[in-house]
Structure formats: structure tokens, C-alpha cells
Design a protein around this ligand. Structure first.
Ligand code: HEC
Length: 148
């Protein structure tokens, strides 16, 4: 093979690999902390009242507690035994939770959190259940300066 042929072959190879394919790991929508704009400012349509908190607690106990824990601290049995990495979100941590809008949490509950054990719920929980459980997980937040 002479040099000219070689150059053409190389050019051909370059052309074949274009446009560059986005690999799963490079997809920006799978990056940690990514939320689509249309979710971030979504408002919880349910009132923060006893009815929705009762509903939220029922759902949490049945579907979330095994990982996020009875106290919402992310130390549920499944996560402890399975040594999950990362561990489920600690809902008592005000530093993190105060930066998350209801819409952001709704996105994660609906779509799951990429690369973690947190799977999508949109096929198995109707929207109102997702919103109710989000109200409920807000009750785990620790008051300011309560310590521990
Ligand atoms: C199989 C274990 C498991 C179950 C069951 C589970 N989660 Fe999670 N959850 C996780 C893990 C792991 C994370 C990721 C934590 C992280 O990214 O730091 C997470 C993260 C979250 C977050 C934080 C998302 C964010 O954007 O900050 C919310 C909210 C959440 N889960 C809600 C729920 C709710 C509500 C349920 C029940 C319907 C539930 N989870 C059930 C394991 C679980």
C-alpha cells in the first residue's frame, strides 16, 4: 500500500466515525444533579395538610422506607445490608434538602437517579402519589441547631 492510499484510508476512517456518537457516560442528562428546566420550578399541586401527609406516609412506609429508613436518614435495611453506593438520600440533612425544590425531587422520584439504586417511579405511582410522598419526606428535616 502506498502513502496516498494510506492517507485516503485514514480519511475514510475519520469520516466513518463522524458525527461522534455520544456515549452513555457523556450524556449530560445523566450527570449527578441534573434537572430539566421544566421540572425545577414545578409546584406541588397538593396542599401540605394531614390528608396528603397521611397518604405520603403510607406510600413511604410501603415503598421507600426499606432504603431511605424509618427516620428518613438514608439508613434503611436494604441499603445497609447491600452497602449501597451512594447510600440513599438522607432526608434529615437540611444542607442538601433545602437546596432541592419539590420539582427537583419530583423529577428524581419520577425518573430515578442515574447510576444509583433509586429507580423511576413514573410507571408505578400516579403523579398525586409522587407529590404526596414528597410532602411527607419534607417532614424528616431536622430543625435548625437541633444537633446530632
Ligand atoms: C432500592 C433503594 C431505594 C428505594 C426503595 C427508594 N430510594 Fe430514593 N434513593 C435511593 C438512592 C440510592 C438515592 C441516591 C442518593 C444520591 O444520589 O446521593 C436515592 C435518592 C432519592 C432522592 C433524592 C433525589 C435528588 O434529586 O436529590 C429522593 C427524593 C428519593 N430518593 C425519594 C424516594 C422515594 C419517594 C421513594 C419511594 C417511593 C424512594 N426514594 C425509594 C434509593 C432508594
Amino acid at each position: 500500500m502506498n502513502a496516498t492510499k494510506m492517507v485516503y484510508l485514514l480519511l475514510f476512517a475519520v469520516l466513518l466515525s463522524y458525527p461522534p456518537v455520544i456515549k452513555a457516560g457523556e450524556d449530560p442528562t445523566t450527570a449527578p444533579g441534573y434537572y430539566p428546566k421544566e421540572y425545577i420550578n414545578m409546584k406541588n399541586p397538593l396542599p401540605f395538610d394531614l390528608t396528603s401527609l397521611r397518604e405520603g406516609r403510607k406510600l413511604y412506609t410501603g415503598q421507600c422506607e426499606v432504603c431511605h429508613g424509618v427516620y428518613g436518614d438514608g439508613k434503611g435495611n436494604a441499603a445497609l445490608i447491600g452497602k449501597y453506593k451512594p447510600m440513599p438520600r438522607d432526608f434529615t440533612d437540611n444542607n442538601i434538602m433545602s437546596k432541592k425544590s419539590d420539582g427537583m425531587l419530583y423529577y428524581s422520584v419520577s425518573k430515578g437517579v442515574h447510576g444509583t439504586q433509586m429507580f423511576a417511579r413514573e410507571e408505578i405511582m400516579p403523579p398525586n402519589q409522587r407529590w404526596a410522598v414528597i410532602h411527607y419526606i419534607r417532614t424528616f428535616i431536622k430543625g435548625e441547631k437541633k444537633g446530632k
